[in-house]
Design a protein around this ligand. Structure first.
Ligand code: PMP
Ligand code: GLU
Length: 397
């Protein structure tokens, strides 16, 4: 077989793989507690589902414009103005098959072979692969756990080169839960302007932010920054709509136009019914969003306190998204349940096999000292999953 060398260099998504594995075990009757899936456990709110049913009944079942139905693009324009103080024209918006697809389109539109894209580490598993798919090179910048996983600006400066095409910012962050303070965003934006690279700002977790903190879109810092930024967002996380596959991007008209051309030849428009559902979501009040956020915050509080009470384990308090990076450094090298723990992958494997708890190895996020736990699952599951982890660690021999 002589397959594409580039395609063969792309790895499987570890977040999706662990979720699939946990589901496989569940279907065999094994009671697995899943901390793997990065998707809200809540059902899509009823008014959104009703809008989809209505769209089907009204025959909204044809191709739509590639970049999305005008009503949805208007709703996205209004959302940016209301929530982020950003003014866009509909021609600056592209609706895609999930935020992941928006990010794919951005990367294809911006990168030439050999261009460098800066990715703060730990990173969401998909970023490096999207960069590689665009023939560009991922360049990593450390975010120190001791500093709440904030980006290290000096390290960032050191990684900028003549080939830097863009930086990917993800705040609130998957997997660390970090919410970048405005001062950090200003410094990053200043560097982007002075060196002339783009900012790709993935704001998919915008609504899931805790401790009274507020989300700041880096594009809103100034008109100059907005001209260099492509903002990516979507309905998956905020409205519990992961399966509907609607995300969107906003940015300079020329970039959005090229992204739209790429999409026109790959997938055409995103699903028409899901677009009407997303329109209802964005036009609705945010009662359900706030209810889910409040519930996530309670779960986070419980989980942080529990993890920090378990021998050899610890974690920071994340301020956004729905993930916790559990530090396993102290566990490494120890013998638990007869096996010596050597890596984050080993921890994930042994927890799944021996404790029936699914977590994602930190390795796929660019750090082997952690495993990621999602708290997008019920408090009952969280309690029982952590009970299992604690009992397992206590079985050290
Ligand atoms: N960005 C980040 C950081 C994510 O965690 C996800 C989760 N899948 C996405 C983008 C993509 O979301 P979706 O494609 O479901 O809109
Ligand atoms: N983004 C979620 C996660 O990190 C969903 C899975 C994925 O698309 O990676 O778990």
């Amino acid at each position: 077989m002589n397959l594409s060398i580039k395609a063969q260099s792309i790895s499987e998504s570890s977040t999706l793989a662990i979720t699939a594995l946990a589901n496989q075990l569940k279907s065999k009757g094994i009671n697995v507690i899943g901390f793997g899936a990065g998707e809200p456990d809540f059902d899509t709110p009823e008014y959104i589902k009703e809008a989809a049913v209505k769209a089907i009944k009204e025959g909204r079942t044809k191709y739509t414009p590639v970049s999305g139905i005008p009503e949805l693009k208007e709703a996205i324009v209004d959302k940016f103005e209301k929530d982020n103080n950003l003014k866009y024209k509909p021609s600056q918006i592209l609706v895609s098959n999930g935020a992941k697809h928006s990010l794919y389109n951005v990367m294809q539109a911006l990168c030439n072979p050999g261009d460098e894209v800066i990715i703060p580490t730990p990173y969401w598993v998909t970023y490096p692969e999207l960069v590689k798919m665009a023939d560009a090179i991922p360049v990593y910048v450390k975010c120190d756990p001791e500093k709440d996983f904030r980006i290290d600006i000096d390290d960032l400066k050191a990684k900028i080169s003549g080939k830097t095409k863009a930086i990917i910012i993800n705040s609130p962050n998957n997997p660390t839960g970090a919410v970048y303070p405005k001062e950090d965003l200003k410094e990053i934006a200043q560097l982007a302007l002075s060196h002339g690279f783009y900012i790709i700002s993935d704001e998919i977790y915008e609504e899931l932010i805790y401790d009274g903190r507020r989300h700041v879109s880096i594009a809103s810092l100034s008109d100059e920054v907005k001209e260099k930024t492509i903002v990516v967002n979507g309905v998956s996380k905020a409205y519990a709509m992961t399966g509907w596959r609607i995300g969107y991007a906003a940015g300079p008209e020329d970039v959005i136009k090229i992204m739209t051309n790429i999409q026109s030849h790959s997938t055409s428009n995103p699903n028409s019914i899901a677009q009407y559902a997303s329109l209802a979501a964005l036009r609705g009040n945010k009662d359900d969003v706030f209810m889910m956020r409040d519930e996530f915050e309670l779960r986070r509080n419980y989980m942080v306190q529990r993890i920090n009470g378990i021998k050899y384990l610890s974690c920071n308090t994340p301020h956004g998204a729905f993930y916790i990076m559990m530090n396993i450094q102290e566990l490494k090298g120890r013998k638990v349940n007869g096996a010596t723990i050597s890596s984050s992958e080993a921890v994930a494997k042994i927890l799944l096999e021996k404790a029936n708890v699914a977590v994602v190895p930190g390795d796929g996020f660019g750090t082997d000292d952690f495993v990621r736990l999602s708290y997008a699952t019920s408090i009952k599951n969280i309690k029982s999953g952590l009970d299992r982890i604690e009992a397992f660690i206590n079985s050290e021999v």
